[in-house]
Design a protein. Structure first.
Length: 212
């Protein structure tokens, strides 16, 4: 499938006046083949003018079935980390860089498969629209896929996490891990340490908002 034409993308950017109309358009998205196997689109959800936008990679199996972002095990970890960092998820906007679940089947299970660069590019129009409509003060990139989609280049999380950088004149970007990586930690000690560092990253966001 060819990459989306830049002029077509720019023309489409002016169509949406609200998150509701954007979600309706996303529901009919055919910009890449991922819609063929996914149960449904998983649009962003949260406050329409939240000060914090959290961007993950893509919906997982639970999110694909529920139609909402971050409702599975990784979402529960995210909720816990947000609380410890002093952030209220109900006051954020939560979304993903890719809106359809990409997976491979093993028996009856559907296992996560990382989106390709082409799929990220095809879906980026929706993320750009969410940023334009919500206008957050801080965008939190959860993992490498979200970071790459937002910055337009590959990102090594270990090098760039835990600091604020300008995403635009109006928005700061905070890069950190995707909470699902904590679920793959080799033992409870590593998981506890990783969670504590994740909370420290998110606390930078809370501190920035408190000082602004």
């Amino acid at each position: 499938m060819p990459a989306p034409d830049r002029d077509v993308v720019i023309e489409e950017l002016g169509k949406f006046s609200s998150l509701r109309t954007l979600a309706a358009a996303e529901n009919n998205c055919r910009r890449c083949p991922l819609y063929l196997d996914a149960t449904q689109i998983v649009a962003g959800k949260g406050q329409s003018h939240a000060r914090v936008m959290l961007v993950g990679e893509q919906p997982g199996n639970d999110e694909d079935l529920a139609g909402e972002p971050f409702v599975g095990r990784a979402g529960r970890l995210l909720n816990s980390a947000l609380r410890e960092a002093g952030l209220d998820r109900c006051k954020t906007f939560v979304t993903n860089a890719v809106k359809h679940f990409k997976f491979e089947t093993r028996g009856k299970r559907r296992l996560h498969k990382r989106p390709s660069a082409r799929e990220m590019l095809a879906c980026r129009i929706w993320l750009v629209q969410e940023l334009r409509l919500v206008k957050p003060d801080v965008v939190v990139a959860l993992g490498a896929t979200a970071s790459r989609s937002l910055l337009g280049r590959p990102v090594i999380i270990a090098r760039e996490r835990g600091k604020l950088q300008a995403l635009s004149n109006e928005m700061q970007l905070l890069i950190t891990i995707h909470p699902s990586s904590l679920l793959r930690a080799p033992d409870s000690e590593a998981r506890t340490a990783g969670f504590a560092q994740f909370v420290r990253d998110l606390k930078l966001c809370a501190d920035y908002l408190a000082a602004a």
